[in-house]
Every structure is written in C-alpha cells, then in structure tokens.
Write a protein that binds this ligand. Structure first.
Ligand code: GLN
Length: 207
C-alpha cells in the first residue's frame, strides 16, 4: 500500500521532503488548503521558521484543521521548525508563541544556536540501521519528554552530548535535524512504516 503523505507547504524546505518521501515509497503531495490536508494519510511539517509557519497556518485557515487532524490520529513527522510546531511546550519562543501541539515534549528553540548556528554530526537513531548523518540548522532540542514519548536519538559528542534530537509518540515523530537533506531517505522510510502501522480511520490499509 502506498500512503499519500502531504508536506505542509506554507514555508520552508518543501521540495527536499517531497523527494525523500517518494524515495521512501510514499505518494507525496503539497498541502496548503484544508481539502489537501483531508486527502492525506499523513503529513510532514518541514523546517523553516516556526513563528512564520504558524502565522501562515492561521492566515490559510489551517491551524484548527491541523490541530483536529493531529487529535484524530493523523501521523505527522515534524523536522526542525516542524518539531517546534508539534511540541506542546516551547522555551525561547517569541512572546505567546503558538504551536499545533500534540507531542508531549518541551522544546527549546534555537537551542544549539547559542553555541553554533549550524553543524553536522553522525547519530544513532532507533529504527534506522547504521549511523545517520544529521544536519542541524538553528535547531531546537528536546528539553523534556512526557511518559508516552520514546527518545529515538541523542547527540553523541561535543558540548550538547546527550541532548534529545529525535522522538516518537504513537504516530507523531519529530527530529531536530533535517533528514531531507543529503539524499538519505531512511528517516522518511521509518515514518512511512509508522504511517502503515498507524491505527484508526486514517490508516491507508482501511481506505
Ligand atoms: N529556528 C527555527 C524555528 O524556531 C527552526 C530552524 C529550522 O527549521 N531550520 O522555527
């Protein structure tokens, strides 16, 4: 079964996610409108700028539909700014920064940025065979996770060693880094597996 996976296309690095999803065996589509969201079995929220993206989601009347879709069990992968948008709690956000929410985590925005703007490193990630080359760009890290959240990856060396940078809670997944950069689609393939095994009316195998 080939799931249809949307990429929220309000802002950010959309094209790379479309390509990675295709390589991972999904049928990708862009999502800017509610009817497009309704057509998806799952959604990717790309990196970009979380404050801009949440503003645009409001302007495009997508904020409530996105929250409702997450509450209804839509599988979502959030990367970088997308992780911030999935988080229930945000530190170092702008005044009153809103999110879509759904993931019981506290993220710190631009967390690595105080030390370095961007960096690349090798990681081990649960569900991915072998080392993963991870690209971080003004990335958040996960400061706290709720009891139902599984930690999938942590930074391994340097001053940020041990910081949580990938998580999963049911059908919601998030990474601090950019798995769509560099032509490696293993994180997207892991998400496609999550989508295929997701319970509920959104499960593509029940369509
Ligand atoms: N710092 C950005 C934010 O908080 C995220 C950066 C990114 O997605 N590359 O939205």
């Amino acid at each position: 079964m080939t799931p249809t996976i949307g990429v929220l296309s309000l802002q950010g690095d959309v094209r790379e996610h479309l390509t990675a999803l295709e390589h991972a065996g999904a049928r990708p589509m862009t999502v800017r409108r509610t009817h497009e969201l309704d057509a998806c079995d799952a959604l990717v929220i790309p990196g970009g700028e979380s404050t801009t993206m949440i503003k645009l989601a409001g302007i495009f009347d997508l904020l409530d539909p996105l929250r409702a879709a997450v509450a209804a069990g839509l599988p979502v992968l959030g990367t970088c700014a997308g992780m911030v948008l999935l988080a229930d709690r945000v530190l170092d956000g702008v005044e009153g920064q809103q999110t879509i929410g759904g993931l019981d985590i506290t993220v710190r925005r631009n967390a690595f940025g105080r030390q370095v703007e961007s960096f690349e490193t090798e990681l081990e990630m649960v569900g991915v065979q072998g080392p993963l080359h991870a690209v971080f760009i003004r990335a958040p890290w996960v400061e706290e996770v709720g009891p139902d959240v599984e930690v999938l990856a942590r930074v391994e060396g340097g001053s940020a060693a041990g910081r949580i940078v990938a998580v999963r809670q049911g059908s919601l997944m998030a990474t601090s880094f950019h798995p769509e950069v560099g032509g490696d689609s293993r994180v997207h393939a892991l998400f496609v597996d999550v989508v295929r095994s997701a319970p509920g009316p959104r499960n593509p195998t029940t369509h």
